[in-house]
Design a protein around this ligand. Structure first.
Ligand code: SF4
Length: 343
């Protein structure tokens, strides 16, 4: 993709939190781009660094969180080092975010119409009351809230979880951002409502042509919405590929584990799902080698000693795994065996 078409360029981003037990290195040097109109999924378990990545992009790190290195460019403009006031002007207009639990993000004392209207007013102090209401109703229509005029004066508690998430999406879209960051926006919802919200996001993305960064622990959800995926583990991007390549030719044992743990409605109902055994690494003292090694069925000595570099599998497909090294043995190597089988 042409460099000029990138909305977001992240280079060697490092983010840490200071805790009583030491410095938690939540993100340890990740790089990626998001193109204009592209939807990219960032997938991983809790503690993989995926949400910290999105909060770092938004410059919304709480407490002791701080970016310790790297660069985040939005529309070619460096965000790291911007003042709070500068970031407030960028948030909403160029980049907006929706979170997992809309109830904690909405003010229970204000009507949903007023809350979306406030977002419009924050970026255009000259907007008239009539224009504001008209625009909010347009946004409610866009996110398919039925009877938007009537719903304008409702309070958040009068809405279901799915409807509240639609209000949050309307709020995020109020200023037509170039990039929408969605952090687990469907996790708190029932499966059928989750599907409706994903379909809504996909149609809005097509209508508005914006870019989406979708954070989730569920690779199956990413397949519904995104064209490209970054798989994170231990604060690093372990695999990056198109959604097609990730499912057809996964080139990291962690990605293979994530795929095996997706429930399949066609599978024998007595067959157990396969969770990935073990737990994520201690990010105060991350391992010097591959962070996935203690849980990886293919780990060998080098995996414990050296962090695998990013290796290019094919155009647009990268992975951090020693099994892809040209000198790695073919025996018990799923990637070399798969390659041999297809040549
Ligand atoms: Fe497993 Fe080694 Fe690959 Fe890490 S580098 S995923 S431990 S085989």
């Amino acid at each position: 993709m042409d460099q000029k078409e990138h909305i977001l360029e992240v280079r060697d981003l490092q983010t840490s939190f200071l805790t009583s037990t030491g410095e938690v290195k939540a993100v340890r040097g990740i790089s990626f781009d998001i193109g204009k109109g592209e939807s990219v999924g960032i997938v991983g378990e809790s503690g993989s660094g995926k949400s910290v990545t999105s909060l770092s992009v938004m410059q919304l790190l709480a407490g002791t969180g701080r970016i310790t290195g790297g660069s985040v460019k939005l529309n070619g403009e460096e965000l790291i080092g911007k003042s709070k006031k500068e970031m407030r002007a960028i948030r909403g207009k160029q980049v907006a975010m929706i979170f997992q639990d809309p109830m904690t993000s909405l003010n229970p004392l204000l009507t949903v119409g007023d809350q979306v209207g406030e977002m419009l007013w924050a970026h255009d102090k000259n907007i008239t009351k009539e224009d504001k209401k008209k625009r909010v109703i347009e946004l409610f229509n866009l996110v398919r809230i039925p009877e938007p005029e009537k719903r304008y004066n409702c309070y958040p508690h009068e809405f279901s979880g799915g409807m509240r998430q639609r209000v949050m999406i309307a709020m995020a879209l109020a200023c037509k951002p170039d990039l929408l960051i969605a952090d687990e926006p469907t996790t708190a919802l029932d499966v059928s409502i989750q599907d409706q919200i994903l379909k809504l996001m996909r149609s809005i993305q097509q209508e508005m042509g914006m870019s989406i960064m979708f954070i989730t622990h569920d690779l199956g959800v990413v397949a519904e919405l995104c064209s490209r995926v970054l798989v994170m583990y231990g604060g690093l991007v372990m695999e990056e590929a198109s959604i097609f390549d990730v499912f057809e030719n996964p080139c990291h044992p962690y990605t293979m584990g994530l795929i095996a743990s997706i429930p399949d409605i066609n599978q024998d109902k007595n067959k157990l799902l396969q969770p990935i055994p073990g737990s994520p690494p201690d990010m105060v003292n991350p391992p010097k080698g591959c962070p996935f090694a203690p849980r990886c069925p293919y780990a060998c000595r080098i995996c414990l000693e050296e962090l695998p570099p990013v290796m290019e599998v094919a155009e647009g497909h990268k992975s951090r795994c020693w099994l892809l090294d040209k000198d790695a043995p073919a025996k018990d190597n799923p990637f070399k065996q798969r390659k041999e089988a297809t040549t």
